[in-house]
Design a protein around this ligand. Sequence first.
Ligand code: F1P
Length: 364
Amino acid sequence: MMDHQTAVNSITYREIRRQPEIWKTALNSLRKEAAHHQQLLEIYKDRYWIFTGCGTSYYLAQSAAFLFQKFTGFHSCATPASEILIFPHAVFQRPEKSVLVTISRSGESTEVVMAARQVMHDFKIPTIAVSCNKNSSLAKEGSHRLPFPFQQEESVVMTGSFTTMLLSILNLALQKEADDGVFREIEKLPENLEHIFTYSIDKLENAVRGVDDFVFLGQGPFLGIANEGALKMQEMSISHSQSFNSLEYRHGPKSTAAKSTLITLLLSSAGKKLEYQLAEDLKNLGAKLLIVDGIGKKEVKDLADFYISIPPVKYPDAFNPVLYTPVLQLLGFYKALAKGINPDKPQNLTAVVTFNPAENGRHE
Ligand code: F1P
């Protein structure tokens, strides 16, 4: 059993809490690359931007593709790297019109490294590597890179690496219009996150008590974040955890809601009316409801068992995904703590998943 003090001294906890600092450092460095980033957007402005990764990095790709398309207007989508290996023609219908953004903390996950090599070699598609390791295979072999300073994460589970890579892609997208107002917003994020930590920790510790089944709901750029929240809960606390597009939950999954379920609803600005109605329905299911609200929809507070208020930002559907994520990381962390599980040593996991694709499958 891990006591509280040991837990907060854990690597995972420290890496979650250091995010404001690492965002600041990364954003300072990315700012200096503005001209280079604008050039990159110009070269590939007529292409389909396909974002890929594995696990956490794939969920990051989902939110990143959504936000990238929103700010650049370039057609963007996300796919897991494994789909590129298995169904490449379905992913790249027009290879000459595509560019692949490869995302990986380690830059060494087998599927993403193979996918990058394969598309560059077989389809002549350029790649842009987003990695926390500038010496990785992915970064070294890619056609382009999006580097930022990053003190390596020691934890097996990805936390600050997720949000910092997401910020680097958001920052790239923002170069399309290069509007000062929007850059001022992105620079406020580290300070906002510090504020969120101060006000949310007690609530999150309480929210995980007495529940053992977790649901994360988000729409648009929040879907990738909901998926990541569910994955963090599985990885850190070995709990049953699922994620959906918010309104999809009514279409079947709600049948599993019970007193022991905690439903986390990530509010969007675009969907606030529909999501408010959903919150009313969720309340009647008998499950516990945690609402993460970055749009100041205070009426939902009365519906929620636990309410996390995120300081308001301009362009909430662009900047809230990155601000909501550490809240979900802490939720997974506190559930691990409540179950006496050490989140630094997740069951069955390693920091990087590699395998030898040349080996025959045993069941062939
Ligand atoms: C991605 C990943 C993580 C997962 C696990 C193994 O790695 O699959 O999502 O949490 O720790 O690695 P990467 O390609 O981003 O390095």
